[in-house]
Design a protein around this ligand. Sequence first.
Ligand SMILES: [Zn+2]
Length: 453
Amino acid sequence: MTKTLLIKNARVLVTMDDERREIAGGAVYIRDNVIEQVGSSADLPQQADEIIDAANHVVMPGLVNTHHHMYQSLTRVIPAAQNGELFNWLTNLYPIWANLTPEMVNVSTLAAMSELILSGCTTSSDHLYIYPNGCKLDDSIEAAGKIGMRFHAARGSMSVGQSKGGLPPDRVVEEEGAILKDTQRLIETYHDAGRYAMQRIVVAPCSPFSVSRDLMKEAAALARNFGVSLHTHLAENANDIAYSREKFNMTPAEYAEDCGWVGRDVWHAHCVQLDDDGIYMFGRTGTGIAHCPCSNMRLASGIAPIRKMLDSGVPVGLGVDGCASNDSGHMMGEVRQAMLLQRVGFGPDAMTARQALEMATLGGAKVLNRDDIGALKPGMAADIVMFKLDTIGFAGALHDPVAALVFCTPPNVSHSIINGKVVVRDGVLCTIDLPVVIERHNALAHQLAQAAR
Ligand SMILES: [Zn+2]
């Protein structure tokens, strides 16, 4: 038995198709989890098992978040980590994160995903790189299944503690053999390489300053052996560059290339300080970037040269980054900051609203190495979001509703459909009891902050 769903009468339907069509009065016809038809409401089937009227709404592809640390939702605005740069910030947070429990990983993933989904995101990656007290990536994967989000779970890791010249305390690092073995177990258990996959595994050592060169190289070999993607942090700020120069005698881009970390199956978070040679090399090799403007501003890391990267053919997606350095996980908010920050750095025409939306949809899909999400056209996954326009935030902006999504107050969705399933209806998450999750999340956040005292 197949199920059909029709979304019709959109004020504007943003397709992100090859012609970047925006269809007034547009509609989408879905069968099960796949888009079958896109066009004007009059031209599409009039009947379906379920019909959603999108009058006064912008309908668009679900947004793709390419960088996050969902467990950090438990450690927002920690007073000691409010005003430092990256290395200082990390040093203040590692001891708190050392007390994470499996339940904390599970509940914080539900909380972070709730915030993302309500803000327009339908696919997210998460980079979990700290595994104390029996925590496992399985704890986040379970949460994604429950809430119904398309998920790229990145198996992060740290192996070089302070005693070996790394940044993290020794008690939160793992043995490299155990890291690789667990990563392989996760790929074999959960990775779905197929089209419309809801679950993929990513091989993701945390950063060049917390793992060895050996682990970087072996991680790349493992990923390529199984055909999965690679992800890490790179060239985030000036200290990060200095560490790379001192320790490896290379720029971060040279180090990445040396370790085999370039190609269409690789994406790096931040790259704020990537030099021109690095940008051209990433463009040539199709190496992707997760741009996280709020986090970069919060930690004063700098302004990533996104305009130059896009012009050089580098695949760029957006990431909210973890909530210890954002401290918001609002995807449409990140789109807005991406547009504004490029203008601060490179002038008023450095990025338009539509270019920012494209990074958050098609850009994210490309970075995650997927061709089945990020656009509304036949054969694509049915990941669709709707934003209501007759709200105070958009009052006076309806001559260009699509640009209004980015220029005005970042909106939440009225509806979100993920893999053909209605996950948000009239602004309410249907798959979990959100007030219960928030209450438990707050209790666990309090417990975590107290334990570190
Ligand atoms: Zn990060």
